[in-house]
Design a protein. Structure first.
Length: 455
């Protein structure tokens, strides 16, 4: 081990942070999880990433990869292993102005991306939080404020540079290693470390963004009307409904309908939003023309001892009424978790189901329940959460990886239907047969035609 470590010090030009280093306390944790890794490496180059991967494999250390570090599951740290922190690989550059191609380092955040692209009038369909990493969000999906018009973040990826488990650097695109390219768009970090992405950006304007609120007593009617309208609304409109906000009353909190209309035309925005404004008794209407970059909010950093329990599912069109009826009832009852319901459809549903490893193209909605607070409070909420999900079980399917706090075999099965899983497992077998990249919603390496295995 000592000879391997000395070799690393000779080859690695980035930051090597070990226990006892003044930087270790902050470097050892991700946003939602504390850890005690043996070493945290911050590569300064792709060559450093190669050295880190080889070191991890040779030393037999568990490997975690950190982009923005916002994963609820805490994949960005570990106990007694190695963490590769990509934060120094965060360059964002427009590499082809005519085609609006943008190269983004694997350690960049969406706030950095939007800041660089805004002066050129460009944007990428992304998430809704500035400090969330481009890599973690994109590799699992990327559901944000332009999702119905421009699709998932991963739908806008045209190429990627990947460091494999052998330490080799390869390029993946539709023309080069197409199966690896298919797998990284939805398969998470199972196949290597993406050191840079190439995205197709689009021309953007300011957008109409904000929230329209309604009384909690009208939750059922508002949800039903909202979903009915979104099923055929123009693609410019993307919307999220938040229920049971603990900061505004919990079960008595107003229903918050957040919207983005991807246009700077006030008449068009008014036309698109009119059906939402007629859903019920409007308590507040705070929609205004906003630079797209300003629609992204700052992510929270929870205090020590603060815990989260998140769970998500997709809803097909036929199940929408049943699911929304249950969610409205839950949200207005004591003990409700925070509930967020997001509209899908639009551009997401027009991509062929098997075009990427994101497997839930035809879902009408995705929703998440969140219990948060001191660890004893979240633990005590467990029985209530299980009862809520038991009511929902017959009406929902799948799960969105970025809205989960767990990474059990059951969760992985929800994220990846069997056909998708088998194809991913075959790609894993080819590119990471020893499962070095296991710190994720893990797909076990196996040849085509096998059965699901635990990692």
């Amino acid at each position: 081990m000592s000879s391997v470590r000395e070799s690393l010090r000779h080859e690695f030009r980035g930051d090597i942070i070990e226990p006892g280093d003044g930087r270790y306390a902050s470097a050892s944790r991700s946003v939602f999880a504390a850890g005690s890794p043996a070493v945290v490496l911050r590569p300064a180059s792709v060559e450093d990433v190669q050295s880190a991967v080889r070191f991890s494999a040779d030393a037999g250390l568990a490997l975690s990869v950190r982009g923005g570090g916002h994963g609820f599951q805490g994949f960005g740290t570990n106990e007694a292993g190695l963490v590769v922190d990509l934060s120094r690989l965060a360059d964002v550059a427009v590499v082809d102005e005519q085609r609006a191609l943008v190269r983004i380092g694997g350690g960049a955040t969406w706030g950095q991306v939007s800041t660089v692209l805004a002066p050129d009038g460009l944007a990428i369909s992304a998430g809704d939080t500035t400090s969330v990493g481009v890599g973690g969000l994109t590799l699992a999906g990327g559901i944000g404020w332009k999702v119905r018009k421009y699709g998932l973040a991963l739908d806008n990826v045209v190429g990627a540079e990947v460091v494999l488990a052998t330490g080799e650097v390869v390029h993946a695109s539709a023309e080069v290693r197409p199966e690896l390219f298919w797998a990284i768009r939805g398969g998470g970090g199972n196949f290597g470390i993406v050191t840079s992405f190439e995205f197709a950006a689009h021309r953007t304007t300011d957008v109409f963004h904000g929230r329209i609120t309604f009384p909690a007593s009208e939750a059922a009617v508002v949800l039903e009307g909202w979903a009915d309208y979104l099923s055929s609304a123009p693609d410019e409109l993307t919307s999220v409904v938040n229920l049971a906000n603990p900061f505004t009353g919990g079960p008595e909190a107003p229903v918050e309908v957040q919207v983005v209309v991807d246009s700077d035309d006030p008449e068009r925005a008014a036309e698109v939003l009119e059906p939402i404004r007629r859903l019920g008794t409007v308590l507040d209407d705070a929609v205004a023309l906003t630079p797209y970059a300003d629609t992204l909010v700052e992510g929270m950093t929870p205090p020590p001892g603060f815990a989260f329990a998140t769970r998500s599912a997709f809803v097909d069109r036929g199940s929408v009424p049943d699911v929304l009826r249950i969610l409205a009832d839950v949200a207005t009852s004591q003990g409700s978790p925070v509930i967020g319901v997001r509209s899908l459809g639009g551009a997401v549903s027009r991509v062929p189901d098997d075009a990427t490893a994101y497997a839930h193209r035809q879902a009408e909605l995705v929703f998440v329940t969140v219990a948060a607070g001191p660890e004893p409070v979240v633990e005590a909420a467990g029985a209530t959460l299980r009862a809520i999900w038991a009511r929902l079980a017959l009406h929902v399917n799948g799960a969105y990886a970025n809205f989960l706090t767990c990474a059990t075999e059951e969760e992985v099965a929800e994220i990846y239907p069997d056909e998708t899983y088998q194809r991913l497992a075959a790609v894993k077998h080819r590119y990471d047969p020893h499962n070095l990249f296991a710190g994720n919603h893990n797909v076990a390496p196996q040849s085509s035609g096998g059965t699901r295995m635990t990692a």
